[in-house]
Write a protein that binds this ligand. Structure first.
Ligand SMILES: Cc1cc2nc3c(=O)[nH]c(=O)nc-3n(C[C@H](O)[C@H](O)[C@H](O)COP(=O)(O)OP(=O)(O)OC[C@H]3O[C@@H](n4cnc5c(N)ncnc54)[C@H](O)[C@@H]3O)c2cc1C
Length: 382
């Protein structure tokens, strides 16, 4: 067994860490307060190749696979969840759907622009009446000669208000449920595409999330990703990867919370000595470190499996489930260790606490992950 990262991945980690410390950490609180990841920051991330990390070089990517992407996601989230999520929506679930489901000419057409960050992507599956149950979606794509006409709406779409390319899942046969869903690429500039107002969220406030409306939007059949009726498969295959990115995000945020808490526990004095000398606080730090160790082991073992070409459907669901619940335990203890200051906007752990919660909800709720895992266990055993 070899648990070391390759030299290329180590170099990437160091590069992203430096970038994050210089460009993201100093403005992370401002991103949260102003509810915006600045375009200038996205441009700088694009310039150092952040949006193409997992994809092969022939499509303009960095060729560093899932492990490379997750290492970068972990490092960015150590400073700012909103920035990591903006990257993730474009790369880990947006461009990834084209990479996993598209044909060669579609990959050559769209991936270089997404990898270079010239274009941004988003992934549009959820609807007002169809969240955990995408098979009931109402957005339709109806064939019209060599084109498709799209009608319907999506909600909660990360990057929805500025993405140039929308990975859209629509029903081409509602009677077939999940087997009637097809995946398309819709360019934002197409007539009939409209964005609704941004959601007002509890956390990850810098990341933009909004509804998208499609009214008689005409796209050519060349924009169809994969076979008719196989969009659900593309959606799920893509989420297998997205859930690993989410695991990396949870890992980065957890590490930062432990680091802040350990420092605070050494500095804050009560009863004439640092609170870190109290056994209760030591227990908290130990529990946080143990969760982090376990999250890290699961995340990178699964990234390795993924990069070997193995099926990681069950494992990525377990990573998503454990990492998001582990992060919630960690941020909760971080706030507790900081006492009243943990409840103050002047201390970063307050932001982590708000930013963490949604990880149990998006990319498939944790209740749905448990269904995915249990079904696989019942079918294949341990
Ligand atoms: C900040 C944010 C960003 C998002 N970004 C995107 C995005 O970029 N693209 C996108 O497509 N979507 C996105 N989403 C949507 C997200 O994926 C959905 O919110 C999520 O899948 C849950 O759907 P829902 O909100 O409709 O909840 P519901 O499906 O209505 O679920 C409500 C509750 O019922 C439970 N439940 C439902 N069915 C079952 C069942 N069979 N068994 C047990 N429990 C069940 C759920 O687990 C949950 O606890 C985002 C959401 C948020 C909050």
């Amino acid at each position: 067994m070899d648990f070391t990262f390759s030299p290329e991945i180590e170099i990437l980690r160091e590069m992203v860490r430096q970038f994050t410390d210089q460009e993201i950490r100093p403005i992370a609180a401002e991103i949260d307060e102003k509810h915006e990841v600045p375009r200038s920051l996205i441009k700088k991330m694009a310039e150092i190749g952040m949006f193409g990390i997992p994809f092969p070089e022939e499509y303009g990517g960095g060729g560093l696979g899932e492990t490379g992407y997750v290492v970068a996601a972990e490092e960015i989230t150590r400073a700012c969840f909103s920035t990591a999520v903006t990257l993730g929506a474009s790369t880990s679930i947006g461009a990834m759907a084209i990479y996993l489901g598209g044909n060669e000419s579609q990959k050559k057409l769209w991936l270089p622009k997404l990898c270079s960050g010239e274009w941004m992507g988003c992934y549009a599956l959820t609807e007002a009446e169809s969240g955990s149950d995408p098979a009931s979606m109402r957005t339709t794509a109806v064939r019209d000669g060599g084109d498709w006409i799209i009608n319907g709406s999506k909600i909660w779409i990360t990057n929805g208000n500025f993405a140039d390319l929308i990975i859209l899942f629509a029903s081409t046969d509602r009677a077939l449920g999940a087997k009637g869903i097809t995946c398309f690429v819709v360019e934002r500039e197409r007539k009939g595409v409209r964005t609704g107002p941004r959601e007002r969220k509890m956390g990850q406030c810098g990341s933009s999330t909004c509804p998208l409306y499609f009214e008689d939007v005409r796209i050519p059949d060349a924009n169809r990703i994969g076979n008719i009726g196989e969009g659900f498969k593309v959606a799920m295959k893509t989420l297998d990867r997205g859930r690993l990115g989410l695991g990396g995000n949870c890992l980065g945020a957890s590490k930062e919370c432990l680091s802040l808490s350990s420092r605070y526990a050494s500095e804050r004095q009560q009863f004439g000595k640092p609170i870190g000398e109290q056994q209760s606080i030591q227990n908290y730090l130990a529990d946080m470190a143990t969760d982090i160790y376990t999250i890290e082991s699961a995340v990178y073992r699964t990234c390795w499996m993924c990069d070997q070409g193995m099926n990681v459907n069950r494992e990525s669901a377990m990573v998503k489930l454990f990492a998001s619940e582990g992060l919630d335990r960690v941020v909760d203890l971080a706030v507790q260790i900081h006492g009243g200051m943990g409840y103050s906007r002047d201390f970063a752990v307050e932001r982590w606490y708000r930013d963490a919660r949604v990880n149990r909800i998006y990319e498939g709720t944790n209740e749905i992950q448990r269904i995915v895992i249990a079904r696989d266990v019942l079918k294949k055993g341990i």
